[in-house]
Design a protein around this ligand. Structure first.
Ligand code: HEC
Ligand code: HEC
Length: 185
């Protein structure tokens, strides 16, 4: 009897045989540091940290589509094990929520070629609300750009940029649709 109690005591003290070693949990302040809290963080942490520092991706800001492409590159070029579809979705949700480019950052400018140029050039002096509320013909946008340069000190864009900007404005914030003569029978 006494030896049984002794054995139990010994087992309790050394923790018992065969207990699985617990992996250290990543701590909030430590390793997770640059990964904000949110669903999918563990999936990103354990998948992406296998090969490189998380700084390799936490400094980047990309659209969801670009992150998706990045994952494909990791799998195709760098030998990352292809994640299960649900894990991939979880990872993508996390990356685009926390390391994404926000649609709201464009102040409501519709997507399209030239958006970036319009955004950075015009927003330097005034809210884009002024630009969005117009709805001008291509000629009127053209005049408006000239007026910005001549009278408001807007730097003259390079010809290629100017065309891109004009295309964007007249396609996305134009009234060409209304000006086109309607064919009726
Ligand atoms: C099997 C290894 C492996 C895994 C897992 C992996 N990567 Fe990579 N990743 C690489 C290698 C290799 C490079 C290129 C390293 C270099 O250029 O220093 C890289 C580079 C990158 C870059 C930088 C690309 C650039 O053009 O600067 C990003 C962003 C990135 N990885 C994101 C991720 C994300 C997000 C995950 C998780 C979904 C991930 N990686 C998982 C191997 C991996
Ligand atoms: C260097 C400063 C500057 C830049 C850059 C600039 N604007 Fe302006 N913009 C102004 C000022 C100042 C006004 C207000 C003028 C006024 O009301 O007299 C204005 C007004 C406007 C208006 C309103 C005109 C009206 O009749 O109410 C439109 C439209 C406009 N800008 C379009 C643009 C577009 C498009 C861009 C980018 C391609 C742009 N602006 C870039 C300075 C600028």
């Amino acid at each position: 009897m006494r030896s049984v109690i002794l054995l139990l005591t010994v087992v309790t003290v050394i923790g018992g045989p065969g207990l699985p070693a617990r992996a250290a949990e990543p701590t909030e302040a430590g390793v997770y540091a640059s990964l904000p809290k949110g669903p999918g963080r563990d999936a990103v942490y354990f998948t992406c940290r296998a090969c490189h520092s998380q700084l390799q991706f936490t400094r980047q800001r990309m659209s969801r589509a670009a992150w998706d492409g990045q994952i494909t590159t990791m799998v195709k070029k760098h030998g990352m094990a292809a994640p299960e579809p649900w894990t991939r979705t979880l990872i993508l949700n996390y990356l685009s929520a926390h390391l994404g480019v926000d649609e709201e950052d464009w102040q409501g400018l519709p997507p399209g070629s030239g958006r970036e140029q319009v955004f950075y050039l015009c927003q330097a002096c005034h809210s884009l609300a002024i630009v969005k509320q117009q709805g001008l013909s291509r000629d009127a946008w053209d005049e408006s750009l000239t007026w910005m340069v001549k009278e408001q000190n807007m730097p003259e864009p390079e010809p290629a940029d100017r065309k891109l900007i004009l295309d964007y404005l007249s396609e996305n914030l134009g009234i060409t649709r209304n000006l086109r003569p309607k064919r009726r029978r």
